[in-house]
Design a protein around this ligand. Structure first.
Ligand code: NAD
Length: 491
C-alpha cells in the first residue's frame, strides 16, 4: 500500500504531511494511513497537468500512440486483477469475485477507449455542407484540456477508469481524486501509469478528504473540465464551483431506480434480477433497483419467494469463499443506513425481511439483506436513496399506475421492466423518464453503451462514444473560398 501522492510523474509526500486512516469494513481494523492531499498538493498536481497539456507530448500525439499506453494499462490491470481485487475487498468490502469482475471491467474500459483513440485518427475531421456555397466548413475535435475527476467509493477503480480512460484517449491530462473511503487502488493505477511510461503530468492522483482535496480541485482555475460521480449534494457544490469559471462539467449522481414486474413474468427470473439489482455490491450502486413495483396478482407469491431467497444469501467478509454480501463501506454509511431503516419503520413501513446486523457477525458493518413493504409513496424510504441492500416493494394495479409511480421521483438514472409481453416492455421502456432502461433484467452494464441520468441523477453521459465526447471540444473551421469581395462595407 502506498504512502505518497503521484504528481508530475513522481511520488511525493503531501505538502502538509497529513494522513487519514483506511478501514477494512469487514474487520473494522485500520489497515493503512493514506496520504492526505490538500489544496497545496492539488495546486501542484493541476499545474503539472497544465504543463503536460499546454506544452507536453500527450495531446499532440496521434490517437494510435495514446492507445498503446491505454492498452498497456489494461494489460497490467488484468495481470494484477487478483491482487487489485483483494485490495478493493479490504478497502470497500465487496465479495472478491465481484471485485475481480470489476478489475476485468476496468481493463476492458481502457481497451475500449484505446480503440476509440485510434478512431479519432481515422476520422480527423468532418466536412459540413453550408447553405452558402462561397464558404467551406469542417469540424475537428480537440481535447478539452486539464480534467479534474472526483469519484466515489462504491466501485473505486472502475469509477476511476470511466473517467481516466476516455480523458486520456481524448488527449486530456488529469488530476484524479478518489474517495477517502477507498483510496488504495487509485494509487495502484498511478503506479501502473508510471510503469507503462505515461508522460509526467498526464495522470496525477491526489488522495484526500472531500473538502480538503476535492473542493480545491473543483475550484482550481486551471482545470478546464470537471467530471464527478457521487451524491447529489456534493454534485451541486461541484456545479456551483464550475459555474464560477464556466468549467465544462459532467455529473453522475444518485438514483432511486424502479423495477416494474408484470404478473406474466417468470417468478424465478424476476426474483433473481431483483436480487442482482439490489444486493450486488451491497446495494451500493447508483443504479440499484431500490423500488420494486409488482403487479397486484403476482405480489404475494413474489414476496414469499424473494424473502426465501434473500434469507439464503451468505453474508460475510468479502475474502471468504462463498460470500455473496459483504459489509457496507464504512461506519458512517452503516449508521446512516440503519437510521434510514428506522425512519422507514417509524413512518409505517413493514420490515418484511432483515433490517439489522446478522447474528454471529458482531464486528464489521454487516447488514442483512432488507426488504421493506407497506410504505407510503411519499415516505422517506420510498423516495430517497438508501445506497444499501435495502429494497422497497409495492404492488401496482395496471400499466399506467406503474409508470406513474416509477416516474414519480426526483431521480432518473435507471429503470427496469419485466414481462413476457415484449411490446409492453418496449412501451414502458419509452415511458420511463430515465437514462438507462433494462428490459427483463436489471443492472448489466456495458462499456459500449451510454451511462447517465435524467433529472437530479446528473448531467451528461459516460461510457461509449458519449464518454469520449465528454473530453472533446468541437471546433468549426470555416473558410471563405470565393475570389469575389464580400461587398458589405467596400463595394
Ligand atoms: P460523495 O458525494 O460523498 O463523495 C464523492 C466524492 O466527492 C468523494 O471523492 C468525496 O471525497 C468528494 N467530495 C466530498 N465533498 C466534496 C466537496 N465539497 N468538493 C469536492 N469534492 C467533494 O458521494 P459518495 O458517498 O462517495 O458516493 C455515493 C453517491 O454516489 C451515491 O449518491 C450514489 O448514487 C452516487 N453514485 C453515482 C453513480 C452514477 O454513475 N450515477 C455511480 C456511483 C455512485
Amino acid at each position: 500500500m502506498r504512502h505518497q501522492l503521484f504528481i508530475d510523474g513522481q511520488w511525493r509526500s503531501p505538502v502538509k504531511g497529513g494522513t487519514f486512516p483506511v478501514v477494512n469494513p469487514a474487520t473494522e481494523e485500520v489497515i493503512h494511513q493514506a496520504p492526505a492531499g490538500t489544496a497545496e498538493d492539488i495546486d501542484l498536481a493541476v499545474k503539472a497537468a497544465r504543463r503536460a497539456f499546454d506544452s507536453g507530448a500527450w495531446p499532440r500525439m496521434s490517437g494510435r500512440e495514446r492507445a498503446v499506453y491505454l492498452r498497456a494499462i489494461a494489460e497490467r490491470i488484468l495481470e494484477r486483477k487478483q491482487e487489485l481485487g483483494r485490495l478493493e475487498v479490504i478497502d470497500n468490502g465487496k465479495p472478491l469475485p465481484e471485485a475481480v469482475w470489476d478489475m476485468e471491467d476496468t481493463a476492458g474500459c481502457f481497451s475500449f477507449y484505446a480503440a476509440l483513440a485510434e478512431e479519432l485518427d481515422d476520422n480527423p475531421q468532418e466536412t459540413i455542407t453550408l447553405s452558402e456555397p462561397r464558404f467551406s466548413s469542417k469540424v475537428v475535435r480537440e481535447p478539452i484540456g486539464v480534467a479534474g475527476a472526483i469519484i466515489p467509493w462504491n466501485y473505486p477503480l472502475l469509477m476511476a477508469s470511466w473517467k481516466v480512460a476516455p480523458a486520456l484517449a481524448a488527449g486530456c491530462t488529469m488530476v484524479l481524486k478518489p474517495s477517502e473511503l477507498t483510496p488504495l487502488t487509485a494509487l495502484e493505477l498511478a503506479a501502473i501509469a508510471e510503469e507503462v511510461g505515461l508522460p509526467a503530468g498526464v495522470l496525477n492522483v491526489v488522495t484526500g478528504l472531500g473538502p480538503e482535496a476535492g473542493q480545491p480541485l473543483s475550484e482550481h482555475p486551471d482545470v478546464d473540465k470537471l467530471a464527478f460521480t457521487g451524491s447529489v449534494p456534493t454534485g451541486a457544490k461541484i456545479m456551483a464551483a464550475a459555474a464560477r469559471d464556466i468549467k465544462n462539467v459532467s455529473l453522475e449522481l444518485g438514483g432511486k431506480s424502479p423495477f416494474v414486474v408484470f404478473a406474466d413474468s417468470d417468478i424465478d427470473k424476476a426474483v433473481e434480477w431483483i436480487m442482482f439489482g439490489i444486493f450486488w455490491n451491497q446495494g451500493q450502486v447508483c443504479s440499484a433497483t431500490s423500488r420494486v413495483l409488482v403487479e397486484e396478482s403476482l405480489y404475494p407469491a413474489l414476496m414469499e419467494r424473494l424473502i426465501t431467497e434473500a434469507a439464503k444469501i451468505r453474508i460475510g467478509d468479502g475474502l471468504e469463499d462463498g460470500t455473496l454480501l459483504g459489509p457496507l463501506v464504512s461506519k458512517g454509511q452503516y449508521d446512516k443506513v440503519l437510521a434510514m431503516i428506522e425512519r422507514g419503520r417509524s413512518e409505517g413501513a413493514t420490515i418484511a425481511y432483515g433490517g439489522k446486523r446478522p447474528s454471529g457477525l458482531d464486528t464489521g458493518y454487516f447488514l442483512e439483506p432488507t426488504i421493506l413493504t407497506d410504505m407510503d409513496e411519499d415516505s422517506f424510504v420510498w423516495r430517497e436513496e438508501i445506497f444499501a441492500p435495502v429494497v422497497c416493494v409495492k404492488p401496482f394495479k395496471d400499466e399506467s399506475d406503474a409508470i406513474r409511480m416509477a416516474n414519480d421521483s426526483r431521480f432518473g438514472l435507471a429503470a427496469a421492466v419485466m414481462s413476457k409481453d415484449r411490446e409492453r416492455c418496449e412501451r414502458v421502456a419509452r415511458a420511463f423518464r430515465a437514462g438507462i432502461v433494462w428490459i427483463n433484467c436489471s443492472q448489466p452494464t456495458f462499456t459500449e453503451a451510454p451511462w447517465g441520468g435524467y433529472k437530479q441523477s446528473g448531467i451528461g453521459r459516460e461510457l461509449g462514444r458519449w464518454g469520449l465526447n465528454n473530453y472533446l471540444e468541437v471546433k468549426q473551421i470555416t473558410a471563405f473560398e470565393s475570389d469575389e469581395p464580400w461587398g458589405w462595407y467596400i463595394k
